[in-house]
Design a protein around this ligand. Structure first.
Ligand code: 2M8
Length: 443
């Protein structure tokens, strides 16, 4: 990007570094989040990765999503992990022999020929497909990208709106903390407290072979994650058999709505009637506002479907509805105030939004989803702020993301005050979203 006699600038260092991370993590058909900690394909990671890859190679971005969609189950679910058969079982836990998708998932329509997990992750995929298409419409049309992915994306969204409306209130529920993508958030503590943990010696945590224990979930939390997953597997991944953990999460539902709007855009390009998607997006938005908005707190809160109460823990998931098109202006304004207020401190004590309330009893600046700042969350907030006209605040997040990504070695997450690297390094979505924000500057 620069002449040899000129010092490298932050954008060129960020771009070259991010490109290096993404090629190092590319397997030939998809991208691993991390070569060490996460050596398979993850669902929402691939959405964020495709959004960055579209600026490097639209064909590779399309392939990233298509590889994931090839592992979709017949009931519409997109599994949260697609396992690479050449990676040893001991490299990641829970491994394919834990989930047993091809046998335990048979009734729910798990595909043969590939092993996957049985749970899901937030539905960023239709939004990602739309952004990938927009990056190079000619390349997309040439490869027939949208006609191939559209039916699968519709089936995925319908799985969530129909089979996962466990509260019967017009919103999707998650049935495992990992389904939120914000695995160890304090929001899950109250509903998880009801779950008897699996015995500590009954499984081996491969994450501790690579990650620092102070940055990762505790053994007690892990025991509960394992117990819930074992139970779901035991009921053959059926969603009508009762779930001991069911939560309506504003982050998951915000992405569901943004993706429903994206499906409407895709349908229109394909010459299909988009109105079904538009109506569903509006209905979901009405339900989100009615069920999860808490005007006193100025943010959305999770709803414990089994316990029947709002969960009074304040996580960044409650700010993600900023990405929802058509959010009422007063709600968007309140979210921006909350983001800048004492709980998240943006522009004051923090330069990137923390994952959890700075004043919360469970706040920890180092531990996984209990305080550190994550790049995907801040990318979503940047997009949301821009949507609602808060351009200066969005610009500030963008600049900080670029600086923090480079300074931290493309870390998985960072300390929200100091920006110090936490978790694994050379992390794919950090690199991909850096490239996306750089492309936005160039536009
Ligand atoms: C983390 O989750 C996995 C389980 O899915 C783990 O801790 O082993 C989360 O940060 C999740 O959001 C992310 O998709 C995944 C891979 O990056 O890692």
């Amino acid at each position: 990007m620069e002449r040899a006699d000129q010092p490298a600038t932050l954008p060129s260092i960020a771009y070259n570094g991010a490109r290096r991370v993404l090629s190092g993590n590319w397997t030939g058909s998809s991208t691993v989040p991390s070569r060490t900690l996460y050596p398979h394909q993850w669902s929402w990671d691939s959405g964020f990765i495709a959004i960055g890859l579209r600026h490097l190679s639209p064909a590779r971005a399309q392939r990233e999503l298509e590889t994931l969609l090839a592992a979709q189950w017949a009931d519409g679910r997109i599994p949260h992990i697609v396992f690479n058969p050449s990676v040893p079982l001991s490299a990641y836990f829970p491994s394919p022999d834990f989930w047993r998708s091809s046998t335990a998932g048979d009734k729910a329509g798990a595909p043969g020929g590939v092993e996957t997990s049985g749970i899901i992750q937030p539905p960023i995929h239709a939004l990602a497909a739309w952004l990938v298409h927009r990056a190079d419409p000619a390349a997309s049309v040439r490869r027939g990208f949208l006609p191939r992915v559209y039916p699968r994306l519709v089936a995925w969204q319908r799985y969530l709106t129909e089979r996962r409306d466990l509260g019967g209130r017009g919103l999707a529920s998650i049935v495992h903390p990992w389904e939120s993508g914000m695995d160890n958030s304090p929001c899950w503590d109250p509903p998880l407290a009801r779950i008897e943990p699996a015995a500590t010696g009954s499984f081996h945590r491969a994450d501790l072979d690579h990650g620092c224990p102070a940055d990762r979930p505790t053994d007690l939390d892990y025991g509960r994650y394992v117990r819930l997953a074992e139970r779901y597997r035991g009921q053959q991944y059926a969603d009508d058999d009762g779930h001991p953990f069911a939560v309506e999460d504003p982050g998951v539902n915000a992405l569901l709505i943004a993706s429903e709007h994206a499906l409407g855009d895709i349908a229109a390009v394909l010459g299909t009637d988009p109105s079904d998607h538009q109506v569903r997006a509006e209905e979901l938005t009405t339900a989100l506002l009615k069920r999860l908005w808490n005007a006193d707190e100025g943010m959305f809160l999770c709803q414990d479907v089994i316990g029947g109460a709002q969960i009074h823990e304040y996580s960044a998931a409650g700010l993600l509805p900023l990405i929802v098109p058509g959010l009422p202006g007063d709600v968007a304004a309140a979210l921006v105030r909350t983001l800048r207020g004492k709980r998240f401190g943006l522009g004051g004590t923090t330069r990137l939004a923390p994952s959890y309330d700075l004043t919360g009893h469970a706040f920890d600046p180092a531990r996984y989803w209990r305080g550190p700042a994550w790049f995907n969350v801040n990318w979503l907030l940047e997009r949301g702020l821009r949507r609602h006209g808060a351009h200066e605040r969005a610009d500030a997040i963008r600049t900080t993301v670029l600086q923090a990504a480079v300074a931290s070695g493309f870390a998985e997450y960072v300390d929200p005050f100091s920006g110090d690297a936490r978790g694994t390094r050379d992390f794919s979505w950090t690199a991909a979203l850096t490239i996306d924000l750089l492309a936005e500057v160039a536009r």
